[in-house]
Design a protein around this ligand. Structure first.
Ligand SMILES: Cc1cc2nc3c(=O)[nH]c(=O)nc-3n(C[C@H](O)[C@H](O)[C@H](O)COP(=O)(O)OP(=O)(O)OC[C@H]3O[C@@H](n4cnc5c(N)ncnc54)[C@H](O)[C@@H]3O)c2cc1C
Length: 492
């Protein structure tokens, strides 16, 4: 079934109907065969000979690499490798490919959809020692980094030369992990996602070839775009070891603003009008009244508990002033008001505090509950209808699920709170997450704007991509014929 473009009747799915769907997809991934202990022993001995103490079988290290963040999806690797250069990665992959031993690349482990769980055992390939910024070119506004460099380290490195790397998932993720999940964040409405900010890669294939994709040119029509085959592939096609990135200049003037609205319709309507007016928003984040309640309670802030937009404008002093004035008019046409502004970095940080601490604030709202964070994205024109239907669905579900959104991209998250020890409540939370994803697909959108598929979103892949899944599987088997790369993820 393929709902793209059509209104999805599947959103009426009952809680009980989902049990089979989730079990079939999720348990199938957990049922993958693991390599035999004697095969692991052969591979371990060869790896220890080459990498010495940078191969670990310690229980604590394996456990640390058995899961990411978010809902539990655990798969213990048999061992963890800490390679330091391309040749070592190529050696590990070729060895594992010859012995059919799974490999799960591991960046910062901050992914939310079960991506790093070693469902079939094998090797967790920790990329943290790939921590060098290899080259920076302020003239070309680009740089080349190793995959384990985190976005905060990169930004600290280039701050003094007036540059920044704009893609900002909330966590301090690795650039390799971000490329592999096609990550984005609050700045994407102005600066794009990893898709737009990566120019090229160095990739190690499962048979141990070291391949450079793309170039430093801003565009190219020379052949298939291999770079973007790997971006978003979640470690299922090969290992990324180096990334060529675009950089941006730190704007001369940055103005942050907060604006509150009496209704969700008003807040979303203002964003849609602003985008249709071609207003150059650098950030626009929506927090609904439940999320604002959590934020105010958690950080002791002086806001009203109503839907709120957090905005940022980048440019020259005169352009930001003009954009702010236009946004004020648009907001007021949609019932918004009470604008607060901040320009100095410390004031901007204070203003954005409610947004930055949103995850911790939600967790503090209901101690003991788990947070099923889910992410969906729709065309901006469909955002009002999709968000309002989702809000009604949350109320009908009887669950607490604050909404936070990078709404300038049509992207929003629910933090569905539920008691993991209560099977009925867990099923209701799963059903709400399921309907949210299917509703987004029905509106011509996607089940994930930025968190990726991992294990938890496999159930939506055929619905979203239809025949496209067969092509994805063909690519997977062409590039990883023995299926050693991150088995059990993405492909149904
Ligand atoms: C509080 C919080 C907020 C978040 N907010 C956002 C957000 O706003 N936007 C967003 O996009 N994400 C968000 N995330 C999710 C997460 O930060 C991103 O998915 C991030 O891109 C993961 O990077 P990582 O280095 O942690 O990768 P990991 O979790 O280590 O790995 C992610 C996937 O990439 C693969 N991988 C990692 N490194 C490599 C490599 N070198 N080569 C090949 N494959 C590799 C792994 O096998 C895995 O499949 C958030 C997470 C948290 C905890």
């Amino acid at each position: 079934m393929h709902y793209n473009g059509a209104k999805a009747s599947i959103v009426e799915v009952a809680v009980s109907d989902l049990d089979g769907i989730y079990r079939n997809h999720t348990m199938a991934a957990y049922d993958l065969p693991r390599p035999k202990p004697e095969v692991i022993a052969i591979v371990r001995d060869s790896l220890v000979e080459r990498l010495g103490p940078r191969i670990s079988t310690a229980q604590a290290i394996r456990e640390q690499h058995s899961h990411g963040e978010g809902l539990p999806a655990v798969g213990m690797p048999d061992l963890v490798a800490f390679p330091e250069n391309n040749d070592e990665v190529a050696f590990i992959l070729a060895l594992c490919n010859a012995h059919r031993v799974p490999i799960v690349p591991f960046g910062a482990g901050s992914s939310l959809e079960g991506q790093v769980a070693a469902l079939a055992g094998g090797i967790s390939l920790d990329m943290n020692r790939f921590d060098k910024v290899l080259q920076i070119s302020p003239e070309a506004l680009d740089c080349r980094v190793q995959a384990g460099v985190t976005r905060e380290v990169l930004n600290a490195h280039i701050r003094d030369i007036g540059l920044f790397f704009p893609v900002d998932p909330g966590a301090n993720a690795s650039i390799g992990g971000m490329a592999s999940t096609r990550a984005s964040g609050t700045n994407a409405v102005r600066y794009g996602t990893m898709r737009e900010n990566v120019l090229g890669l160095t990739v190690i294939t499962p048979d141990g070839r070291i391949v450079r994709t793309g170039s430093r040119a801003r565009k190219s029509s020379a052949g298939l775009d291999l770079t973007h085959v790997y971006i978003g592939s979640e470690g299922t096609l090969g290992v990324i070891t180096e990334i060529q990135l675009k950089l941006s200049g730190v704007p001369e003037s940055i103005m942050a603003a907060v604006c509150q609205f009496p209704s969700l319709e008003g807040a979303i309507g203002a964003v849609v009008t602003a985008l249709q007016t071609n207003l150059k928003l650098a950030r626009v984040e929506l927090l609904d009244e439940v999320q604002m309640h959590a934020a105010i309670r958690y950080s002791g802030l002086d806001y009203f508990e109503v839907p709120t937009l957090f905005l940022e404008f980048h440019g020259t002093p005169s352009s930001t002033r003009e954009e702010v004035e236009l946004m004020q008019t648009i907001a007021s046409d949609h019932g918004g008001g009470g604008f607060l502004f901040a320009q100095r970095p410390e004031d901007r940080n204070r203003l954005w505090k409610a947004r930055h601490n949103s995850y911790q604030a939600v967790m503090a709202l209901a101690p003991g509950k788990a947070n099923m964070g889910t992410d969906a994205c729709v065309p901006i024109s469909a955002l009002p209808a999709c968000l309002l239907e989702t809000k009604a669905d949350i109320l009908a579900s009887g669950l607490m699920a604050p909404i936070v959104g990078h709404v300038g991209d049509g992207n929003f998250h629910l933090g569905i709170l539920f008691d993991p020890n209560d099977a009925e409540e867990t099923a209701r939370a799963e059903a709400l997450a399921f309907r949210t994803a299917r509703r987004a697909i029905g509106f011509g959108g996607t089940c994930s704007g930025e968190h990726g598929v991992g294990l938890h979103k496999i159930v939506h892949m055929e619905t979203e991509h239809g025949e496209g899944i067969a092509l994805m599987k063909s690519l997977k088997s062409a590039l990883d014929p023995n299926g050693i790369m991150n088995p059990g993820k993405i492909y149904p």
